[in-house]
Write a protein that binds this ligand. Structure first.
Ligand SMILES: O=C(O)CCC(=O)C(=O)O
Ligand SMILES: [Fe+2]
Length: 242
């Protein structure tokens, strides 16, 4: 079975459970569902994929009440919580939803070239576990995160789920300085309920940054009204060498 056929089988299994007798009907209804996710790529940044309709408002609210009600932020910090290894049940469910959304994207793009068909390669998408580290960040208005590349102790394939306030995340190349006085900065609007997936160049060659100081959160020439923003970042630690 080719990689694409395998992806398709996996997507169907994610969507309909183990047995799905009427293959053709399932495929066409899966493709319809796939379109609902609204996946986008970003021209010029390989490996960056954005799914605008990842969490419904109801699901977003459920996640927020779990996160803020779970006592995640008890170890002295009220704005960042980290978990390694076995993730809480809600995060394992979220991982399942991410896999499903990526499978649907692959299904929708099934007629395209292998490297274009989805946010994660087959190997990354089907590693086990997909993620074993979780960070929940809570940003008050004005707070953001400096330009960075995620640490090399994490594998390729990183997911960021955005909730509450929308914000602009900027991507800039890490390997090209601004000697010529010209730094490429690509703005991406992260709407609440969206899922951003980074792999390859987007993960290793581009820095990402959220600057929520006055004047930096511009979209369509208007400044975004800021509220609290909560994000969930999911990653996989590299296997230790010992
Ligand atoms: O909060 C976000 O959207 C990004 C978080 C991030 O980049 C990180 O934790 O490395
Ligand atoms: Fe990051």
């Amino acid at each position: 079975m080719g990689e694409m056929d395998h992806m398709q089988q996996c997507a169907l299994r994610e969507a309909f459970g183990e047995s799905s007798d009427d293959g053709n009907e399932s495929i066409s209804s899966s493709i319809k569902e796939a379109e609902l996710y609204g996946w986008e790529t970003v021209p010029g940044i390989d490996g960056l994929w954005l799914c605008r309709n990842f969490l419904s408002e109801t699901d977003e609210n459920l996640h927020l009440s779990t996160i803020h009600g779970e006592g995640l932020f008890t170890n002295g910090s009220h704005n960042q919580a980290m978990r390694f290894g076995d993730l809480p049940g809600w995060a394992t469910n979220l991982t399942g939803l991410i896999r499903k959304a990526i499978c649907f994207c692959a299904l929708e793009n099934k007629d395209q070239l292998a490297e274009e068909f989805g946010p994660l390669s087959f190997d990354l998408l089907w590693r086990e576990p997909l993620f074993d580290q979780l960070i929940v960040n809570v940003y008050q208005p004005g707070e953001g995160i400096c330009a960075h590349i995620d640490l090399m102790r994490f594998e390729d394939g990183i997911a960021i789920v955005s909730m509450e306030s929308e914000c602009v995340m900027h991507f800039s190349r890490a390997d090209k300085g601004s000697e010529d006085g010209f730094e490429v900065r690509v703005p991406i609007l992260l709407n609440p309920g969206s899922l951003l997936v980074l792999s390859g160049e987007a993960r290793y060659l581009w820095k990402h940054e959220i600057n929520r100081q006055t004047g930096f959160q511009m979209w369509n020439e208007k400044e975004i009204a800021q509220k609290r923003r909560t994000s969930i970042t999911l990653r996989k630690l590299c296997a230790s060498k010992e």
